[in-house]
Design a protein around this ligand. Structure first.
Ligand code: SF4
Length: 200
């Protein structure tokens, strides 16, 4: 199984489908977090950020600092969480900067091009619990009709797996200023604590 995962990562590393379709992407090292022991949890972000791309490690910049501060509320140190959870993203290449601020959001076409890689990761890893980080990742698993903010703090069962949405930690400070949203986030982290115990 590990060999098949390595082979999949090698295919991702050489994929140029988005560039060939005319999109600006920067081919990246394969930015996943693969624990030493086979994980039962998977975290799916949107796409590698610039810091993750340059370090080859997902959530290793400012957004990661926020994410791991949240995860501490669910009882995880960063090391422990990285040791138990496979991290990946909806699209695997750095999408480049946005015109305004931050990183560009991958288009629906790019997401569709990259989808088979995520499907293969899911089929190989077979996680019991999936943390969807941000709107795009959540819509991928729960459908685009889902009311994203209302989904935070709820657990969903899909195909025998638990899906737990989280907000994207990048630029979320205004969102978390709202006490209702802070309550939603606290509930999501409490659910993570409960369901991750079942993945031990
Ligand atoms: S984002 Fe995905 S589909 Fe697009 S070039 Fe990178 S690996 Fe290929």
């Amino acid at each position: 199984m590990l060999q098949r995962l390595k082979q999949l990562h090698a295919e991702i590393a050489t994929c140029r489908a988005c560039a060939e379709a005319g999109f600006f992407v920067e081919p990246s090292p394969v930015v996943v977090n693969q624990p030493a022991t086979w994980p039962k949890m998977m975290l799916v972000g949107q796409a590698p950020a610039a810091a993750a791309r340059s370090r080859g490690k997902p959530f290793s910049g400012q957004a990661g600092r926020v994410l791991f501060r949240w995860l501490a509320q669910a009882g995880f140190s960063e090391d422990e969480f990285r040791a138990r959870c496979y991290f990946t993203a909806i699209t695997k290449c750095y999408p480049g900067p946005a015109r305004g601020q931050g990183d560009r959001v991958p288009t629906a076409y790019e997401r569709a091009l990259c989808r088979p890689f995520l499907e293969r990761e899911l089929a190989l890893i077979r996680p019991k619990l999936i943390l969807t980080v941000g709107r795009i990742s959540t819509a991928h698993f729960l459908g685009s009709d889902i009311a994203f903010t209302a989904a935070i703090g709820q657990a969903f069962e899909r195909d025998g797996r638990i899906i737990l949405p989280l907000p994207h930690p990048s630029g979320v400070s205004r969102w978390t200023n709202d006490p209702h949203n802070r309550e939603r986030l606290a509930q999501a982290l409490s659910l993570l604590k409960r369901y991750s115990a079942q993945c031990a």
